[in-house]
Design a protein around this ligand. Structure first.
Ligand code: ADE
Length: 321
């Protein structure tokens, strides 16, 4: 009842039968179409497993969610948000793509791109810190993916190195849109001057705290609302973390972390590059209207020399150092 599929989420296949007749078959993938393998990750409401499509031998990551648990913990809304946001974001190499959804009696299944090199956090922990070149490479791919999601009217609201996955080429795939938000549709306008197709972001409101303490923006803590600038605050935290190995705001408890964020209580370690410092200082600005926008960030000297657009995704990942 709660999980009925909206619309015709099915595939159409034409085949020639034994009599030479063309027949049209309506299909939908199910659990038995996949061979499940190793566990890739475990969350409080889901497990992600590697799986192979038996028909195509294509490998995927399948997120398995326990229906009873989700209903009991009142997370139905977030599961629907994840599906709806992912279904809007099907056309960018930097975002995990949702291929199929299906269910059985116990579970919901989201069939996603497999990101075989796991979380950016894991890679960062292994390296300790990234140099400027690696930070520029991963930072530019993250920013390009965030630009795409914002252009499609989607906020992520929980950007952090755990939600940035890496594929077999060490390219970025952003995941976990369970705390995402779809911005209001734009009003139809008479004049199309090529302006932002989603101009009403101000109306985006977070009803309650979502996200992870260390990356949450001051406006989400005070006004309990965030728009596109909220994702850019998190992006500033990520740039700081890639260069230093730790997020800028981290207290012993969530409360102390929030306190540091509201006081803008962070410092740059010695040796932190000046150009990167300037970028981070312009992103970690408490007033969201004074924070750098994506266009500003793309033109900041820290990203000088980056080929924005499709070229970004044809580039070879730098050797980690
Ligand atoms: N862990 C969580 N989601 C994943 C994915 N899509 N690929 C690889 N590991 C994951």
């Amino acid at each position: 009842e709660e999980w009925k599929e909206k619309g015709a989420a099915v595939g159409v296949r034409r085949e020639v039968d034994a009599n030479g007749q063309v027949v049209t078959k309506v299909t939908k993938k199910g659990v038995n179409d996949f061979e499940f393998g190793r566990t890739l990750g475990e969350g409080s409401y889901s497990t992600v497993l590697a799986a192979t499509d038996r028909a195509t031998l294509r490998e995927y990551a399948v997120k398995v969610l326990d229906k009873k648990h989700i209903i009991k913990e009142k997370k139905v809304k977030y599961v629907n948000i994840e599906k709806d946001t992912l279904n809007r974001l099907t056309n960018h190499p930097g975002i995990v793509k949702l291929y199929f959804t299906f269910q059985d009696e116990r579970s919901l299944y989201f069939v996603l791109d497999l990101a075989s090199n796991g979380e950016l956090l894991g890679v960062l922990k292994k390296m300790g810190t990234f140099d400027e070149e690696c930070t520029r490479f991963y930072g530019s791919q993250i920013l390009d993916a965030v630009e795409y999601m914002h252009s499609r009217g989607v906020l992520h609201r929980d950007l952090k190195p755990e939600n940035v996955l890496l594929d077999s080429k060490m390219h970025v795939k952003i995941t976990d849109f369970g705390t995402g938000k779809i911005l209001d549709e734009p009003k139809p306008r008479k004049m199309d001057n090529g302006a932002d197709p989603f101009p009403r972001e101000e109306s985006a409101r977070a009803v309650s705290f979502v996200g992870t303490a260390e990356y949450v923006s001051p406006e989400l803590l005070t006004a309990k609302e965030g728009g596109k600038p909220t994702d850019l605050w998190a992006f500033g935290c990520i740039i700081f973390q890639l260069l230093t190995g730790r997020p800028p705001f981290k207290g012993a408890t969530e409360y102390l972390t929030f306190d540091k964020i509201l006081k803008l209580d962070y410092t740059f370690p010695s040796g932190f590059p000046d150009v990167a410092r300037d970028l981070v200082e312009r992103l970690l600005v408490p007033d969201p209207s004074k924070r750098l926008t994506i266009d500003h960030v793309k033109n900041h000297p820290f990203f000088d020399g980056v080929n924005w657009g499709t070229k970004l995704w044809e580039q070879k990942a730098p050797r980690l150092k």
